[in-house]
Ligand binder design. Structure first.
Ligand code: SF4
Ligand code: SF4
Length: 193
């Protein structure tokens, strides 16, 4: 009898817990039913990447001194720096440089530590390709500057959620001069000075 009562008590406890978890899940669902959908009609509409967005890396061949710091600080030793020693000038002569974006984790270490600032992160996130080897960018491909979303006449640029005015959830029909939440980087630099 005692065993049976214990089983009933356990069953009741589990049923109450299950009911509580279902209630929690449904509260999230019902909360979203009150919100308007915010759908970006890509590729006709695109979100403007944030200022610190870490997209495809840009590389300047002329500034590179083939020091290989970028390789040493990369968690997967990814950049390929191909150079030969020039006996006449007694300096390294850079022949080729490449980064495989199929493997890169966009951590930004190489950009951070490059002594000549020849690497920088761009806002380019459209790296889709038909084959993974197409993502291995050589120095020419790395030297291309991305097209800014805000300069593209074919695209309606939309602000990201973090850059909308306080309380606004939908970037559509927002006036371009509407104040954003938080400070611009240049204002933050001014405050720090
Ligand atoms: S750290 Fe900069 S300068 Fe040195 S090899 Fe890499 S890209 Fe070139
Ligand atoms: S972003 Fe990170 S993973 Fe990619 S090449 Fe630079 S250091 Fe390596």
């Amino acid at each position: 009898m005692l065993k049976f009562l214990k089983q009933v008590a356990n069953y009741t406890k589990e049923a109450v817990e299950a009911g509580r978890y279902i209630g929690q899940g449904l509260s999230v669902t019902f909360d979203h039913m009150r919100r308007r959908p915010v759908t970006v009609q890509y590729p006709y509409e695109k979100l403007i990447p944030s200022e610190r967005f870490r997209g495809r890396i840009h590389y300047e061949f002329d500034k590179c001194i083939a020091c290989e710091v970028c390789v040493r600080v990369c968690p997967i030793n990814l950049p390929v720096v191909d150079w030969e020693f020039d006996k006449t000038s007694k300096k390294k002569k850079l022949k080729h440089y490449s980064i495989d974006f199929g493997v890169c984790i966009f951590c930004g270490n190489c950009v951070e530590y490059c002594p000549t600032n020849c690497l920088s992160m761009t806002e380019d996130y459209e790296l889709a390709a038909y084959g993974r080897h197409e993502l291995n960018y050589d120095s020419v491909a790395l030297g291309r500057l991305p097209y800014k979303v805000t300069n593209d006449p074919m695209v309606t640029p939309l602000r990201e959620l973090a850059y909308l005015p306080e309380g606004v959830m939908d970037p559509h029909d927002l006036p371009s001069d509407a104040p954003r939440a938080g400070n611009h980087p240049e204002n933050l630099v001014k405050h720090e000075k």
